[in-house]
Design a protein around this ligand. Sequence first.
Ligand SMILES: CC(C)(COP(=O)(O)OP(=O)(O)OC[C@H]1O[C@@H](n2cnc3c(N)ncnc32)[C@H](O)[C@@H]1OP(=O)(O)O)[C@@H](O)C(=O)NCCC(=O)NCCS
Length: 150
Amino acid sequence: MNYCKANILDLFSIEQMEKDCFSSEAFDRRLIKNLLVSPKSIAIKAITPSGKIIGNIIGSIRKERGRLLGRMLSLCVLEKYRKKGIATHLVQLLEEEFHSRGVETIRLEVSTRNETARRFYKRHGYQITTPVLDNYYRDGSDAFVMCKNL
Ligand SMILES: CC(C)(COP(=O)(O)OP(=O)(O)OC[C@H]1O[C@@H](n2cnc3c(N)ncnc32)[C@H](O)[C@@H]1OP(=O)(O)O)[C@@H](O)C(=O)NCCC(=O)NCCS
């Protein structure tokens, strides 16, 4: 597996991955495009030797109370390629990139129904902060906010 920065040429592949992994919560094309071109965003892809994108992670950086906050906005790996450590590697690469840009804290939201992802993030040092965000997703489900200090 290879890992490298994603760019605007990856727009349609990432849009398809989002649809495959998130259904109703998938980021739309416009949002993905904005994230791929923004200097405040970081998108990293995992590709097979034949060049197929099978995983990606997207983060962004903003200033909050005078400190740089990294937000993990999206993480997905195609079902067939899961449980091989691909998401773990994507998270490590994004954390390194955040760190090199001066980010001190990373924050993400995860559905209270997504036990797999919550366990995954916990294993990587992210902790639930209170309160739960009620009705956060389009399907009406709530979100945990999870944070990690770098
Ligand atoms: C959550 C998600 C990104 C994890 O991707 P992944 O590539 O399977 O993640 P990893 O392989 O790094 O780790 C997943 C599990 O596989 C295990 N694993 C990793 N490498 C392994 C290997 N070689 N053999 C067996 N198991 C392995 C890990 O221990 C981990 O176990 P845990 O979940 O009990 O902690 C993926 O399930 C996904 O895309 N889900 C849908 C979208 C989603 O929910 N995204 C997150 C919310 S924003």
